[in-house]
Design a protein around this ligand. Sequence first.
Ligand code: SAJ
Length: 431
Amino acid sequence: MQHKFSRVAIIGLGYIGLPTAATLASRGVEVIGVDVNEHAVSMITQGKVHFSEPDLDMLVRAAVMTGKLRAVVTPEPAEAFIIAVPTPLTDDKRPDLSFIDAAADSIAPVLEAGNLIVLESTSPVGTSARLSRQLAELRPDLTFPHTAGERSDIRIAYCPERILPGRMVLELVENDRIIGGLTPACAARADQLYRIFVKGACLLTDANTAELVKLTENAYRDVNIAFANELSMICDGMGLDVWRVIELSNRHPRVKILQPGPGVGGHCIAVDPWFIVDGMPEASRLIRTAREVNDSKPHHIIDRIRRHAVRFKDPVIACLGLTYKPNVDDLRESPALEITAHIAREGLGKVLAVEPHIRSLPPELTEFDNLHYCDMSEALAEADIAVLLVDHAEFRAIEAKELLNKIVIDTRGFWRDRLYVPDRYGRAAAE
Ligand code: SAJ
């Protein structure tokens, strides 16, 4: 049994790396946080966070103040390296692994025999083995698991993150973890690292399986949301209330339909399924179609807005919510943002954008003269058409009388209780 870890480097201090770094530091491990973004490094050095997530600020402040977490721009020697960098999509929907390549280049010079490297970034199957080959080329003086097997100087494992934005600090500790080693010894060593802070079970497997498990989790959710979104478009066409259809269907003991919305956003669910499609295009027809269904949903909502807007002379359209999901400030891949920008660009009316979780308009929306950022009550006072795009808790405070005499397009079924006439057929009367 190898000794415990006293010094760990985390490469990438973003949504996953920073909570992981601060949590490890809170368990007494000396953590070196590495990021190429000097702004992030300087914020963290001051004990501050560069994105918002419940309880993260407290955790980071404590980690920095106790001297356990130090943020730097260049990797330093450590016993373990956790790589948590972005893996975006290229324009032709293929995985872009350039940040992993850059992380490999940056840690190669400081690697020492006995080190563990864990990749956490969502990755196509085979990426951990690829990382092993890359590092072997950069450090011919060390042995790596893809050639040396159980006797390798360096251990490499894949351990996907699975924490939900909004609940990250809690889920990081509570969730079960999948640990895929390039060899069993690699998995066992990574298991020792994660047991320092994970209360959930650590389940060991091989690296390729762990890589596909991560992609599977998000593709599963995407397919299920696509089912709900497709159903909502079917119901719109039939003049039926999708929320009622789902509510009643879910009373079957083996049916659990998710909720439709304006589309699927975020940096994970809207992206990761493409990594499976890219690897096995012929075999992944359902996964690809689900992606296409979810990507088509914003256009369906835009069509609904357009159908109403053309009936007014100078319509005022309030877009309530811009983030990709409720109660966060994250705008990445947000369908709400896409819809808002689209109706402004198309000139469907004067657009009032309301987003209680940000302070000013994001760059994507500043180019439109017909789009203004305003607060909830101002927008509702002026709007002819109110489009609920994100089910933020703040929007619960809106009362039925504030929506009177407006066209209401509720993409989340959030105001259903105050908008729909509960006749015995459950038919919508909102529009
Ligand atoms: N959504 C719906 N209807 C639903 C549920 C979600 O339209 O019934 C939409 C949301 O509004 C949002 C999108 O789907 O636009 C994704 O939101 P989410 O809350 O389902 O998931 P994420 O992207 O915030 O986080 C996911 C999580 N994965 C799973 O639940 C399988 C999280 O555990 C992962 O760690 C994260 O992806 C990631 O980083 O991969």
